[in-house]
Design a protein around this ligand. Structure first.
Ligand code: NAP
Length: 325
């Protein structure tokens, strides 16, 4: 099969498009013929050796995919050859024509969901869902501020915030990105390349601050939000797309009585499988109701996978980017 392979840690340009052996499904595993691969910001970090996990080279990056069941390993059950599925493989192996994963990592792809949408539903969308449901305990009527709101996981947080019934403020670096977030349901927007973010949040909330902040950006944006939280607020640490992991004067949390809460969706899927499955049921239901529908920005060929990663990490994506092998 063809695959995009990391042969040594380094810049994503060093990824090699080449032949790899077809994966053989082991006990309890299923081989999927991949039709769509979701591109995520961490894919680039993994290849550069800047991610928490450091798999042994050579490996294929990419965690989320949709496709058809091609073969069942010994003892694997729950699916039949030809079934349409989507799945997650702890962040690697999916930049390829085929993948073998434990049967438990797959979900049936709803008939109304395209392969591209299925490949975009897990990492970005399910992270936003887990963050806002379990970690942020977002309630209807609360004020949700989403940083990097036009990006893959940001736009999912906007849609999920509206599905829960929150008032959603989208924070983006351009008016065009804000317009995109508003088209996906955001009530208001802040252009943080032009306006002081702390002041803007206070202006839009009559000085009250944000109940929940979804922060996949970090850096200066985190610093601003740490000073714009409402009493009993929840500041969710999702990622550091800006490149700077911020530090926090913890007296701010004391004075304003708010919590800073870490979000790690990949670990959540492994540690709390029942809650993960329940979350996916809610996301599938919201998809059927048209409330949470992955927005596909661009589709790349697998041979052009480097360009796909660069488009995402280079701040280009409006929603999700997908690769088709
Ligand atoms: N914790 C978890 O479980 C988990 C799961 C998935 C993803 N993540 C993390 O979430 C973050 C976002 O992932 P994503 O897939 O949504 O990425 P994305 O689509 O590229 O969106 C990231 C957004 O961050 C903003 N940004 C600010 N400064 C940036 C910079 N210097 N370079 C690039 N983007 C910058 C951009 O919005 P503006 O241009 O509007 O500023 C961009 O739209 C990543 O750090 C990723 O590792 C965490």
């Amino acid at each position: 099969m063809k695959a995009l392979v990391c042969e040594a840690y380094g810049p994503v340009e060093n990824l090699v498009y080449r032949d790899m052996p077809d994966p053989v499904p082991g006990a309890g595993e299923i081989r999927v013929a991949i039709e769509a691969i979701g591109v995520n910001f961490p894919d680039g970090l993994l290849v550069e050796g800047k991610y928490q996990a450091k798999p042994q080279v050579p490996f294929m990056p990419g965690g989320e995919f949709a496709g058809q069941v091609a073969a069942l390993g010994p003892g694997a059950s729950g699916f039949a050859v030809g079934d349409r599925v989507l799945g997650w493989n702890v962040g690697r192996g999916a930049y390829a024509e085929q993948i073998a994963v434990p049967a438990g990592e797959l979900f049936p792809l709803p008939a109304s969901m395209s392969m591209d949408q299925g490949a975009a539903l897990l990492c970005a969308t399910a992270t936003a869902h887990h963050a806002l449901r379990q970690r942020g305990r977002l309630q209807a009527g609360e004020i949700l501020v989403v940083l990097g709101a036009a990006g893959g996981t940001g736009i999912a947080a906007v849609q999920i915030g509206k599905a829960i019934g929150a008032r959603v403020i989208a924070v983006c670096s351009s008016d065009e990105k804000i317009a995109f977030a508003k088209a996906q349901g955001a009530d208001e927007g802040i252009n943080y390349s032009r306006e002081d973010l702390n002041q803007a949040i206070k202006r839009l909330t009559d000085g009250r601050g944000a109940d929940v902040v979804y922060d996949a950006v970090g850096g200066d944006a985190f610093d601003a939000c740490s000073r714009a939280m409402a009493w009993d607020g929840r500041l969710l640490i999702v990622g550091f797309a800006s490149g700077r992991i911020p530090t926090l004067p913890v007296n701010l949390t004391l004075v304003k009585g708010y919590s800073v809460i870490g979000v790690f969706w990949g670990a959540f899927t492994q540690r709390e499988p029942a809650a993960y499955a329940a979350n996916m049921r809610e996301l599938f239901a919201w998809f059927e109701q048209g409330k949470v529908v992955p927005v596909i920005d661009r589709v790349f060929k697998l041979a052009d996978g480097v360009k796909a990663i660069q488009y995402v990490t280079g701040r280009g994506a409006r929603g999700k980017v997908v690769i088709r092998p």
